[in-house]
Ligand binder design. Structure first.
Ligand SMILES: *Cc1c(COP(=O)(O)O)cnc(C)c1O
Length: 367
């Protein structure tokens, strides 16, 4: 048996069939159909956000968000400790990414961001990595001081709240991913949450060719619409979300209990933050120990992932580009070399969790 780092959540087969049944009556498969409208409403409520625009995936949502801000050409400050999407979105939209270092927990370091702000800076794009909230207060203050849009890659932070306030409430806007491997999925999917109706309107134009009416095209948008089948999957998965997060919490706590006392760094709770238990990152004592653990797990059919290694600044596609230098972000580099995210999904069998922890213990004790 092969154990991967995630396993996609799916509703009961019959529930999905029931949900898509009316599509055979309406023959309306995309373009703001009933499922799309229902999911948009349900998710706005779940995320406590006044405006929510759905997309076919998180990456195109992020690209649309960058485009919808209508910024002058220039730099966007971000983190190299993330999934490829974050920096790719900046580059594909014609901006220069500038890389701030991270804090030991993997979230962007506001002091590092501050030092990188120049007259060329157009926006700040931090990531709530592993669902850990960034220092949103410090970042908000920085953005306000310099009049910069603050847009979050909140792909990992669906359902996370701080003192009861949704992750969707911070900054100018937040992108969420509903990819199959995320805590909440629509197979492929994503969204942008914002308080600004004007920004929401521009996002909708980006999503559908800039079309406002049968004979009216007002901007050069692309196509990033969520289909009715994706939205139907979302409506089903949303019904089961509280149990899914509770099941994740149990796996998370079982890991904590089982790995307690080992010389590794385990995820620590954030003050006032209710977690979605999206990932279980463990930091080892450097690269050779981390890699030994990965090899030993793989030998048992367990495929943990080195999220996020390599740093984006070390990707082959960016080699030699000015500013792409992981030596400038030493905390991120150290973290990328020492971290592994362990398999975590609702229903991870206890004996598999026991095996994973046993293997880790053996490597730590005997090398
Ligand atoms: C998943 C992810 C994305 C992209 O979302 P997709 O829905 O897969 O396009 C962006 N950023 C981060 C940090 C992610 O994990």
């Amino acid at each position: 048996m092969r154990i991967n780092v995630t396993r996609s959540s799916m509703p009961p087969f019959e529930e999905y069939c029931e949900e898509i049944r009316d599509l055979w009556d309406s023959h309306w498969l995309t373009n703001n159909g009933q499922k799309h409208i229902a999911l948009q409403r349900a998710l706005s409520e779940y995320l406590h956000t006044p405006q929510l625009e759905l997309f076919t995936n998180g990456h195109l949502a992020l690209e649309a968000l960058i485009a919808a801000l209508s910024l002058e050409p220039g730099e966007i400050i971000t983190t190299p400790f993330s999934f490829a999407s974050t920096t790719h979105a900046i580059v594909r939209r014609g901006f220069r990414p500038v890389f701030a270092d991270v804090l030991p927990d993997g979230t962007i370091d506001p002091q590092s961001v501050r030092r990188l702000i120049t007259p060329e800076t157009r926006a700040i794009l931090p990531v709530h990595v592993y669902g850990r909230l960034c220092d949103v207060d410090a970042l908000q203050q920085l953005a306000a001081e310099h009049g910069l849009p603050l847009i979050y890659d909140a792909a990992h932070a669906f359902g996370v709240t701080r003192n009861g306030v949704s992750a969707a409430a911070f900054g100018t806007a937040s992108m969420f991913s509903f990819h199959a491997t995320k805590v909440f999925n629509t197979i492929e999917g994503g969204a942008v949450a914002t308080a600004s109706p004007e920004l929401a309107q521009r996002l909708a134009l980006e999503r559908n060719y800039g079309i406002t009416g049968p004979e009216d095209v007002v901007s050069v948008g692309g196509n990033a619409k969520m289909s009715e089948f994706q939205a139907a999957m979302g409506l089903c998965n949303l019904r089961h979300l509280p149990q899914e997060i509770e099941a994740r919490r149990q796996v998370h706590n079982a890991y904590l209990q089982r790995l307690d006392g080992l010389p590794v760094e385990l995820p620590a709770p954030q003050q006032g933050v209710s977690s979605n238990y999206a990932y279980f990152p463990v930091a080892f004592d450097g690269r050779s120990q981390r890699d030994a653990v990965c090899r030993a797990l793989a030998a048992q059919g367990v495929y943990a992932r080195k999220y996020f290694y390599p740093l984006i600044t070390d990707f082959e596609c960016y080699r030699g580009r000015p500013g792409f230098d992981s030596a400038r972000t030493p905390v991120a580099r150290r973290l990328a070399e020492s971290v592994v995210t362990l398999p975590l999904y609702p229903g991870l069998p206890p004996e598999e969790l026991e095996l994973i922890c046993h293997v880790i213990g053996e490597v730590l004790l005997h090398g």
